[in-house]
Design a protein around this ligand. Sequence first.
Ligand code: AMP
Ligand code: ZN
Length: 477
Amino acid sequence: MTRDLRIHNNLTRKKETFSPIDPGKVRFYSCGPTTYDFLHIGNARALVVGDLFNRVLRSFGFEVTFVRNYTDVDDKIIDRAKELGRDAIEHAAIFVKECETDMDSLGMLPATHTPKVSETMPEIIAMIQDIIANRKAYVVAGEVFFSVPSFPSYGRLSKKDIDSLQHGIRVEVDGRKQHPSDFVLWKPAKPGEPAWDSPWGKGRPGWHIECSAMAKKFLGKTLDLHHGGIDLMFPHHENEIAQSEAANDCPFCHNWAHNEFLNFGTEKMSKSLGNVIKIRDFVTKYGGQVLRHILLSVHYRARLEWTDEVLNRALDEVKRIHDFVLELNRMEAKGSYYGEEISSCREKMQEELANDFNSAGAMGHFFSFLRSVKAHRDELSSEALAEAHRVIRFVEDSLGLVALNPSKVLDELKRHEQDTSSTGVDSEWIERLIAERRVAKETKNWARADEIRKEIASKNVVLKDNPDGSTSWSVSS
Ligand code: AMP
Ligand code: ZN
């Protein structure tokens, strides 16, 4: 593949031609999930975007080493495990497995390496030692801090300077830190928490250092591409750069790409707001292909607003695609038609994907192709038919938007239609509106909360607010 790939690089805030250090080979790292609970569809956006980059790079002929980590040592995991009376590492391991099940259901290709923090301790400790030796970190009573002022280019990615970071915000007073922006590399463990031996005593790493250490372990000192959700740019990615460059004395990564949020109503979908749809629940109801389709139907740098319209459109499009694939398998060449929408479709999709992974643009061309093949089904030439099969394979490989088993996808869609028509109401739609109403009430948006109650009532569904803060519903007779 000779086509240039252009990526919006957040280091420069510009679209740039992508040229990896070793021509033809890509060292790619994506920040993975914290495994303390089931993932939600906002997390799925970050995962599917990482998978998109991996697939597109491969389809353009690059040999990709793709690393996506699991954060299996973390406060949230420790707290949740404590609540359940479980060992923290065991609890995290359970959710690594659940996460893998979700990723499979989303049609994601396996990453080359999926390291866990608990299995990377020697590398993490060695890296902290290097940073200390380079006088960019210091030790206070069993705790190691990165010294932000010792790293003059801090803020290069997020475009923040450390002085302005201090203005207008209430900085926590921490007598152990030399500067308020300094951050933890290693902390002593409290009794009952998972802990590892280190030169600074028994403890565990701070969050940011894991990605620096895992990236170095599997990809070397300098990466070609690093990805994560937009919320990770600061401080997580800024700190990764500081740690890696302080330890290794060379640039950490040449290209940084961040996906935007998936929003629910007007808010980011997040556990803390309580407005989440779990991947597992969505997939049980509609199948993973529909979720993947929704997530790729919008450019990764644009916000994705989760609405009924978005869902219904995806249900319709996924059905059309997979009906089409089954029909195409039965089609025979009966004429001489080989129109431009068919012959140039792959070329146009490649052009879109080469333009900062524009999956939405590529899908647009794919649907024009699909309409054209259907319209000319009885007059296609054998070249047109052969090309149509190549287009399907391309969409399968580079976007994963055609499932290997179309009948299974269609069966899942049919099951959903039957469920909805037997009760007359779409329970997932109601649950979603209930969650949106809760957020509206929390943010004192009473007008929206009332509107939602009325919308639900129009389907003969009655809401009951329970004393514990939950809301139940029933269909009125
Ligand atoms: P967390 O488990 O919260 O650390 O998130 C794991 C990944 O999911 C990170 O890359 C986040 O940026 C991403 N993420 C979390 N919520 C959303 C959302 N609503 N939309 C898009 N990405 C998200
Ligand atoms: Zn990370």
